[in-house]
Write a protein of this length. Structure first.
Length: 277
């Protein structure tokens, strides 16, 4: 088991906290960020100097670079940077307020992009490292009532996939994590549902109103998911995508097959728009 140093956003709950707990328990060092100061005091008290904590709301884009720079200065080499902070916003696109739309994109998409951009100079200078994006099955499949959540996750998927090609010459590898539903705080504090419009009652988008109930069944075990993410750090080459959960695998493969089924019959008509030679 190789020991590593990690930078992880959003370690106060969910996958971020579970990743941090397991890493510290096995002897790794972690630089973690939290929005609520004091929310990881228990871990800090238990693990002391191996756990560096920074205060950060990833919607404060200039602050991201400040915190990342200080973390690298404090810990020296950081082997893995995990863009984890995020939440789910659900409801039909028309039901969401402008403020909700902006905050979802600022948190899930721009927050991840700026975290990565802040880390890249440091990773290049040290000769490599790993970038890990906690995405979702929602980054590769789409369902009514989650249009803005999908926009944030599909956006970060495209960013990270292209980025992997950009940074490969510097020894920097990228992994996009695709968990399905998991028994974390996501269905409570990390999930927001729009106020419903009567026009959408009985439509596919209305199904997400059930998320307001805390009893929505999910199958993923966050302890096992975090362990797989940690284990992926030692995979060479890095897996570009890490699909975790049988529900995620089924949804992703079904979405990709459906997409191909829509596109492949268009091969001949697609070619008809080529310029004449």
């Amino acid at each position: 088991m190789t020991s590593h140093t990690w930078f992880i956003t959003g370690v106060n709950s969910g996958f971020g906290r579970e990743l941090t707990r397991q890493l510290l328990e096995r002897g790794d060092r972690v630089a973690g960020t939290v929005r609520r100061e004091g929310s990881v005091d228990d871990l800090k008290a238990q693990y002391g100097d191996t756990f560096w904590v920074g205060h950060l709301d990833v919607t404060d884009l200039p602050r991201i670079r400040e915190v990342v720079d200080v973390a690298f200065a404090a810990l020296g080499r950081i082997d893995a940077v995990v863009a984890n902070a995020g939440y789910g916003l659900f409801g039909a696109a028309e039901e969401l307020t402008d403020e909700q739309v902006q905050h979802q994109i600022a948190t899930n998409l721009l927050g991840s992009i700026q975290t990565v951009r802040a880390a890249l100079p440091h990773l290049r200078a040290q000769g490599g490292g790993r970038l890990i994006q906690i995405s979702s099955v929602a980054g590769l499949s789409a369902h009514a009532g989650a249009s803005l959540y999908h926009a944030s996750k599909w956006g970060v998927e495209g960013f990270m996939e292209a980025l992997a090609q950009e940074v490969a010459p510097f020894g920097i590898e990228v992994t996009i994590v695709e968990p399905g539903g998991a028994r974390t705080e996501f269905t409570r504090g990390s999930l927001q549902v729009a106020e419903p419009l009567a026009a959408y009652a009985g439509t596919p988008a209305a199904m997400v109103q059930a998320f307001k109930q805390t009893s929505v069944p999910v199958s993923g075990d966050p302890t096992k998911i975090a362990a797989r993410v940690i284990a992926s750090m030692d995979q060479k080459p890095a897996p570009l995508r890490l699909v975790l959960g049988s529900d995620s695998y089924q949804a992703v493969t079904s979405a990709l097959r459906n997409r191909l089924a829509q596109i492949e019959p268009q091969q001949d008509t697609a070619a008809q728009t080529d310029a004449d030679s």
